[in-house]
Design a protein around this ligand. Structure first.
Ligand code: NAD
Ligand code: UDP
Length: 337
């Protein structure tokens, strides 16, 4: 079975490509490298000892995409490609709507044209907005607080409409909580451009001396220690959930939505302490104002994925921190040598 992986050079897509190859799937990757490097593709080939086709193509280029769909016989699509930075989406909303939504529309049009019926889509816990309570269930009301989140919400709606209009279409919408960690080999990981926005790459850059100290955004949330709580999930657990979703789509029509999280929340200070243990260093930090748009507490109820997909996260917080740190130490400048 050949799977089209869009965004397969990026953080999560590259780990998913490894997992697919190791589970016997054939893979074709499409990525325009707008937020990644070709080196990640080379690493995947080196790590797995398997070859696969990579096309540096933009999803908005419908002719190029059409050619790719004509060339291969895809069983399914895993769709990771998209812009993902919340702050940037506030500054450049049109670019986010255009890239994420038009890119997905073009992809879905090609799937219909070439009779490809199965799609696994990367959504986000951001679609729960300010959740009514925790743990968050898939049936909770949805909202968005920034253009990035709205692209995910709109794409989810588009996919639900598509499935309604065409009973042979099968879609798994996967709402990720906070993916962190890296491949245990240290050969693949998250490679943000410039100063990281997210907590873990920021901490590892502090630990390695690239940033002076961590700024903890808010110490007055209603949590045990006042800092924000999130459901961090190891990227290897996350991509295993994608394989289970593909298997699920073999047997089920229509559209189904799943939370991919661990069900456990950790505070920023708990994360810092875990990194102190793993690195043997004291991460310097300062508690500052809350970051606008942040919520206090967010963690999943992952029971639906456990019941219907037979999947649950297995890796501990310590493993997540160890693998993030291992990647950072082995690749201080990411994929840029
Ligand atoms: P990433 O930026 O590392 O990977 C996305 C990849 O898509 C990049 O390689 C980029 O070059 C490519 N891309 C972007 N626009 C494209 C286009 N028009 N055509 C072709 N390629 C394009 O991001 P990631 O962290 O791997 O995230 C993957 C998906 O998961 C995204 O859709 C993201 O919104 C979603 N997601 C990520 C997180 C997270 O914390 N990382 C959380 C929730 C959801
Ligand atoms: N955070 C922080 N300092 C940083 C980056 C993040 O204190 O430099 C906090 C943020 O307020 C949130 C948690 O870490 O409570 C996770 O933030 P991240 O941006 O990684 O993911 P989010 O949950 O916002 O998608």
């Amino acid at each position: 079975m050949t799977i089209l992986v869009t965004g397969g050079a990026g953080f999560i897509g590259s780990h998913a490509t490894v997992e697919l190859l190791e589970n016997g799937y054939k893979v074709v990757v499409v990525d325009n490298l707008s937020n990644s490097q070709k080196a990640s593709i080379d690493r995947i080939k080196e790590m797995t000892g398997k070859d696969f086709a990579f096309h540096q193509v933009d999803l908005l280029d419908s002719q190029a995409l059409d050619d790719i769909f004509s060339k291969y016989d895809f069983s399914a699509v895993m769709h990771f490609a998209g812009y993902k930075a919340v702050g940037q989406s506030v500054e450049m909303p049109l670019s986010y709507y255009h890239n994420n939504i038009s890119g997905t529309l073009t992809l879905c049009e090609m799937m219909l044209k070439h009779n490809v019926q199965k799609l696994v889509f990367s959504s986000s816990a951001t679609v729960y907005g300010l959740p009514e309570r925790v743990p968050i269930e898939e049936s909770f009301s949805l909202s968005a607080t920034n253009p990035y989140g709205r692209t995910k919400l709109m794409i989810e709606e588009i996919l639900r409409d598509l499935a309604l209009s065409n009973p042979s279409i099968r879609i798994a919408i996967l709402r990720y909580f906070n993916p962190i960690g890296a491949h245990p080999s240290g050969k693949l990981g998250e490679d943000p451009r410039g100063i990281p926005n997210n907590l873990i790459p920021y901490i590892t850059q502090v630990a390695i001396g690239k940033q002076p100290e961590l700024k903890i955004f808010g110490g007055d949330y209603e949590t045990n220690d006042g800092t924000g709580v999130r459901d961090y999930i190891h990227v290897m657990d996350l991509v295993k959930g994608h394989i289970k979703a593909l298997e699920y789509l073999e047997k089920h029509e229509g559209v189904e939505t799943f939370n991919l999280g661990t069900g456990t929340g950790y505070s920023v200070l708990e994360i810092v302490n875990s990194f102190n243990d793993v690195t043997g260093k004291q991460i310097p930090y300062q508690i500052t104002d809350r970051r606008p748009g942040d919520i206090g507490v967010c963690y999943a109820n992952p029971e639906k994925a456990k019941k219907l997909l037979g999947w649950q996260a297995e890796k501990s917080l310590k493993e997540m921190c160890r693998d993030s740190w291992n990647w950072q130490v082995q690749n201080p400048d990411g994929f840029t040598q």
